[in-house]
Design a protein around this ligand. Structure first.
Ligand code: GDP
Length: 197
């Protein structure tokens, strides 16, 4: 897929106020600092698409971008802030579960994880949640340029083994690097293929 256009549509804190039409959408989510904004900009070949709506203090927003006028790229807030209170965490969980459980247009979620790290409980819990709710998702490993090929394979395998403790089948896995544009074509092809179904 060639990206011909990518435009910011709206930011929302309420899933019921998100665009009300049948355009299919793909949501990007992961721990803060995992490289989500950079990945979105790499995928869309735009320098600061993801940052335009990411104003400080407005972190808990669902951001819709329209790509090629035929699918929405949804930038969800990063999770896993260490310094938030229990009640804030609860509020955030509700906000995210509302999105995933109510958004009928969602074709697939992309859960971003840093390829350098061992599987983290917060990511595994989130993946578990998506699986239980039967929400289609893929895992996108980020920052692959930071590791040698052998280490990439080792870490992907370790992650897969962790998932196979709970699941019979693995989700689709993508290895990416935004600084080297690794995985870009694969991700866009996946979106293209699932968007046409
Ligand atoms: P977000 O909080 O998930 O949106 O993360 P950002 O996109 O802001 O990235 C967090 C940090 O990781 C920034 O310093 C980026 O420059 C860096 N980063 C993001 N993607 C990559 C990548 O593919 N390779 C490398 N080496 N660094 C990256």
């Amino acid at each position: 897929m060639k990206i011909k256009s990518a435009e910011f549509v709206m930011s929302n804190s309420d899933v019921t106020k998100c665009p009300n039409n049948a355009i299919p959408e793909y949501a990007f989510i992961g721990r803060s600092n995992v490289g989500k904004s950079t990945l979105i900009n790499m995928l869309t070949s735009r320098k600061s698409l993801a940052k335009t709506s990411g104003r400080p203090g407005k972190t808990q927003l669902i951001n819709h971008f329209i790509i090629n006028k035929n699918w929405y790229l949804v930038d969800l807030p990063g999770y896993g802030y260490a310094r938030v209170s229990k009640s804030e965490k609860k509020k955030f969980q509700k906000f995210i579960t509302n999105y995933f459980e109510q958004r009928k247009q969602l074709v697939s979620a992309f859960v971003l994880v840093d390829i350098r790290h061992e599987p983290q409980p917060i990511d595994l819990e989130f993946i578990q949640y998506l699986g239980e709710k039967e929400i289609p998702f893929s895992i996108v490993f980020t920052k692959a340029d930071k590791l040698k090929p052998k280490a990439i394979n080792r870490n992907v395998k370790a992650y897969s083994n962790e998932l196979l403790k709970t699941w019979e089948e693995l989700p689709q896995l993508f290895v990416t690097s935004s600084s080297k544009a690794i995985g870009k074509d694969e991700l866009l092809e996946f979106i293209d293929a699932t968007n046409e179904e």
